[in-house]
Design a protein around this ligand. Structure first.
Ligand SMILES: O=C(O)CCC(=O)C(=O)O
Ligand SMILES: [Fe+2]
Length: 644
């Protein structure tokens, strides 16, 4: 049988099967079938949600993008991409990163792959087919089609076997359970679970309890105050009595010696898929150990982190989590805001499991003296944080100055565009106004007015030399705590993204004082600091939006070259899936390409709303703040010096 060559088939098969006279070479009977099958499918209307956004398959634009994607994948997998169909194909789109379980991926291909490998935090999956021809069909069928509304799928063939799948550091198999953590499966029976669910969760969740940003809660005994992370023991909750349905649980806790007395407080959390709880340590002083969490209705993965390590633990429904020791006092626990979890399944291997609604009951025992003497003073509200006036300077040297030295080139390559409001402030200055940029970085805000008189200071010699070589700017090395200028020197000062790297309030005040001192009377200063809240009016900051493959991984802390981190395990490492849960944190900077990335951690004190203004007002004697606002994840304030 002679078949008219079909362009799409040639494309899918890498053009490899074109025979003399422009006919398809029939390697085996299967190929005739393949060709006809393809033609039949192409004649069919595109299914709902499956529009060909990338244009007709085989367009130049699509193949250019596909080629690019395949190069990225090849690098990450360390496997060559093949132009010819092979038994292994790789698909960009449906993956663990999008929460696509293997069974769903199988359903998308006909004939289906016989094996699928998926990788944590990766946007692609590898598929092995019985025959290269089947891989070619999958490519012809899926390449360029939309997936999950926004993504376009790309398919390529692999020249070798892809890496075996594994769960990275997010696995207790690798890191181990945090010390003091215990998980008791089937702590309650199905009947008890049903009884609790029936009694405590109203159909309309807004009826009783409190709707938080990411979940719904209700308290019994005493209300938990999320502003102070504490309970007011003088004010019993509106639900002072525990509901009857939890009595068997409370009794079992005492009977089995899990607690030494009955818990006095219960928090009920209700999570819908996509909802979670930011990483936190339940405040030390109000509660004894252990803290207990009973899971009902749906299971979930809970992430434990201690600043370096990450252990992700599956909490099955009806299980009881007992947090004592390090897991209670040192490790943060949290649930990512995701619609699926990535876990290791006995049958399926590494897989994404869609979340179901979940209910949890947190049982807490009140501490009588409200004083905590744990071994982790830096995590303890009773013993206050460990950043002191003695070690602050060391911390900033290690976790700020040294890091900017190490990442100077890469950091600079990501900092091009001046932010509009800062640019406006600078460009509104007169031509003869002298501007100081405290913490000028790569000089992004210098020379926006042509050749005016401007000076920049920074602690990174790497960034200073970039300023000199690319801008010919006047810059000098200096700490913002001690500016080498006389009083009343500058007409204007900007200090962008600097104060949040200072680790104590005294030092932040000192820096504002230096700005104030060197500003001339009548001069104005503009200060930007990172905000703890990265989402205002439901709009995420640019930083919070960047949840790409390279940046989500808190676990990379484990591979950090900064040995010095061991001295700072009390500082939680931020993971981009959540708002900043604490004010003092380490924020990872990932340098280099994905396959050879290095992680560096910088110290940040992220500011609460109003904190920057309060700081300025402690130094500036009159209320001279002209403007304060939120801009791209930062709190910002402009003030004028009105006295000498
Ligand atoms: O949902 C959970 O299991 C944990 C809840 C929690 O950590 C809390 O209420 O403090
Ligand atoms: Fe908690």
């Amino acid at each position: 049988m002679d078949l008219v060559p079909n362009l799409q088939v040639f494309e899918a098969l890498g053009g490899a099967l074109l025979g003399a006279g422009g006919r398809v070479l029939l390697r085996n009977g299967g190929f005739i079938q393949l060709d006809m099958e393809l033609e039949r499918r192409q004649a069919e209307p595109v299914e709902e949600g499956g529009s060909n956004k990338g244009g007709p398959r085989g367009t130049k634009k699509l193949s250019r993008k596909e080629h690019k994607m395949m190069n990225v994948i090849a690098k990450q997998m360390n496997v060559e991409i093949s132009q010819r169909p092979s038994e292994w194909a790789v698909i960009w789109g449906p993956s663990l990163s999008t929460g696509t379980p293997k069974r769903d991926l199988k359903k998308m291909c006909d004939p289906p792959p016989v094996e699928i490998r998926q990788y944590e935090n990766k946007m692609f999956s590898a598929m092995r087919f019985l025959d290269p021809a089947h891989a070619a069909i999958a490519k012809a069928d899926l390449s360029g089609r939309d997936f999950a509304e926004l993504q376009t799928m790309y398919v390529g063939f692999l020249g070798g076997e892809p890496p075996l799948e594994s769960i990275e550091a997010a696995s207790p198999f690798k890191v181990g359970l945090p010390e003091g953590l215990e998980l008791i499966p089937e702590f309650i029976s199905e009947e008890e679970e049903e009884n609790i669910l029936k009694t405590l969760v109203p159909e309309d969740l807004n009826g009783l309890g409190q709707s938080l940003k990411r979940r719904w809660v209700r308290h019994f005994g005493f209300d938990f105050d999320y502003d102070t992370n504490n309970v007011d023991t003088t004010k019993p909750s509106a639900y002072a009595e525990f509901p009857k349905c939890v009595s068997p649980v409370v009794e079992r806790l005492v009977e089995k010696n899990i607690v030494r007395k009955k818990p006095e407080q219960i928090t009920l959390n209700h999570y819908l898929p996509g909802q979670g709880i930011p990483p936190h340590v339940d405040t030390h002083s109000p509660f004894e150990e252990p803290i207990l969490s009973l899971s009902l209705k749906g299971s979930v993965v809970m992430d434990f982190r201690d600043g370096i390590r990450h252990s992700a633990i599956i909490l099955p429904r009806r299980s009881l989590l007992v947090m004592k020791g390090e897991s209670r006092f040192l490790w943060t626990h949290g649930i990512a805001n995701r619609t699926f979890d990535v876990l290791l399944d006995v049958d399926e291997g590494v897989t994404a499991r869609p979340r179901e609604p979940r209910l949890s009951l947190t049982f807490r025992l009140l501490k009588e003296n409200k004083v905590c003497n744990c071994r982790f003073p830096f995590m303890c509200d009773s013993q206050k944080g460990k950043i002191t006036s003695e070690n602050a300077s060391n911390l900033e040297d290690n976790l700020v100055h040294q890091v900017y030295e190490d990442i100077a080139q890469h950091f600079s390559s990501t900092r091009h565009t001046p932010w509009p409001k800062i640019k406006e402030f600078v460009q509104n200055l007169g031509q003869s106004d002298v501007l100081l940029d405290v913490g000028c970085g790569n000089g992004k805000y210098l020379q926006l007015r042509g050749s005016c008189c401007e000076v920049g200071t920074d602690m990174s010699t790497g960034l200073l030399s970039i300023c000199r070589s690319t801008k010919n700017a006047e810059v000098l090395k200096s700490n913002c705590l001690m500016l080498p200028f006389k009083n009343n020197t500058f007409d204007a000062i900007i200090c962008i993204a600097v104060l949040h790297h200072l680790s104590t309030k005294e030092r932040r005040l000192q820096a504002v004082n230096e700005i104030f001192r060197t500003l001339r009377p009548g001069g104005q200063a503009l200060i930007y600091v990172w905000a703890k809240n990265q989402e205002v009016d439901e709009t995420k900051s640019v930083y919070a939006q960047k949840q790409d493959v390279k940046t989500t991984s808190n676990d990379l802390a484990a591979d950090s070259k900064q040995d010095i981190l061991k001295n700072y395990t009390f500082l939680p490492v931020h993971n981009r899936e959540s708002d900043f849960p604490h004010n003092d944190m380490l924020v990872p900077w990932i340098k280099g390409s994905t396959d050879k990335s290095e992680v560096h951690h910088r110290f940040y004190h992220v500011f609460n709303q109003g904190e920057l203004e309060d700081l300025i007002l402690e130094i500036v004697p009159q209320p001279s703040i002209i403007d304060s606002y939120y801009d791209q994840g930062n709190w910002c304030a402009r003030f004028q010096k009105t006295h000498v």
